[in-house]
Write a protein that binds this ligand. Sequence first.
Ligand SMILES: CCCCCCCCCC/C=C\CC(=O)SCCNC(=O)CCNC(=O)[C@H](O)C(C)(C)COP(=O)(O)OP(=O)(O)OC[C@H]1O[C@@H](n2cnc3c(N)ncnc32)[C@H](O)[C@@H]1OP(=O)(O)O
Length: 312
Amino acid sequence: MALRAVSALTWGLGGPGVGPLRSGTFLRCATQHRLEKMPSSIGFPEASRRPFSSHRILVDVDQSHGVATMKLKNPPVNSLSLELLTEFVISWEKLENDKSCRGVILTSNSPKIFSAGLDITDMYGKNAAHYAEFWKAVQEVWLKLYTSNMVVIAAINGSSPAGGCLMSLASDYRIMADNPKYTIGLNETLLGIVAPFWFKDNLVNTIGNRASEHALQRGLLFPPADALKIGLVDQIVPEDKVQSTALSVMSEWLKIPDHARQLTKTMMRKPTADRLLKQREADIQNFVSFISKDSIQKSLHMYLKFLKEREK
Ligand SMILES: CCCCCCCCCC/C=C\CC(=O)SCCNC(=O)CCNC(=O)[C@H](O)C(C)(C)COP(=O)(O)OP(=O)(O)OC[C@H]1O[C@@H](n2cnc3c(N)ncnc32)[C@H](O)[C@@H]1OP(=O)(O)O
């Protein structure tokens, strides 16, 4: 199996422990059923469209079919900055509150990059308050995606390392563009950082324990064909078919009565989401103390330098 890594950088790590538990909440359940046929192309009839957008998030809702397409737009690499994460949560809540919206296709406005993962500049050279706010926003986006009542399909139209991979993992179904130049995976160890337990839980739930051990320790980034083999993505399709495939897969998912699908999703995902909810504050403190360490800041500095100086 061909595996690709960005670099072989490794530096010394020291990790804080896990804090006390506290209780949390989970999914609400709606019961609307609608079995309409979906369009096979991306073009929605003008009358039924309701687009809205912010600086970094573009949303197009096809009201007659109950499906929204949400595009990340944060050039040049769609990094998940605090601003993007904040705008994401606002847009997501708007969709959750829209009773006509039953499914979301999550994709990128950039042709080659789904998302470069968390914005490293939000984790480097800032103060503790910034790190805490940033991490809370990362948690919030994952919780929103992972526990959503809506069907969430990731249309992965480009590379998707680290936080980008996490957003895909939190979706219900992943379709990736079949271009061997693109990769997906949780490559945190290559940056000298450690994927937190809930990233790991989400990966284990998706590809199993052994494959996760291997992928996480080595920080593996998988080309689409290999990602499909290990179940990291569910389907690979030609680049120009990603969106249309997402729409037709969505139409299949939306044939299932919402209440039954939602209760099943809750049954499958609640224990994993609750694990974070119960120790959310401790997880923030762990992140802040980990990322503030000199050794970790040095690793991130070296990685940013490597990204800027590497040959393209
Ligand atoms: C004990 C346990 C405690 C728990 C503690 C928790 C620890 C933290 C866990 C953190 C979890 C997740 C981490 C992440 O998500 S980190 C981000 C990881 N991402 C990557 O490694 C991807 C890096 N980027 C790339 O590989 C490439 O950029 C690309 C996406 C493949 C695109 O390639 P390209 O050639 O098209 O573009 P490129 O020239 O490389 O980049 C353009 C500019 O963008 C900058 N940049 C790239 N990625 C990022 C990023 N993630 N954040 C910020 N900036 C980024 C890059 O430096 C270029 O900048 P410039 O134009 O040269 O100035």
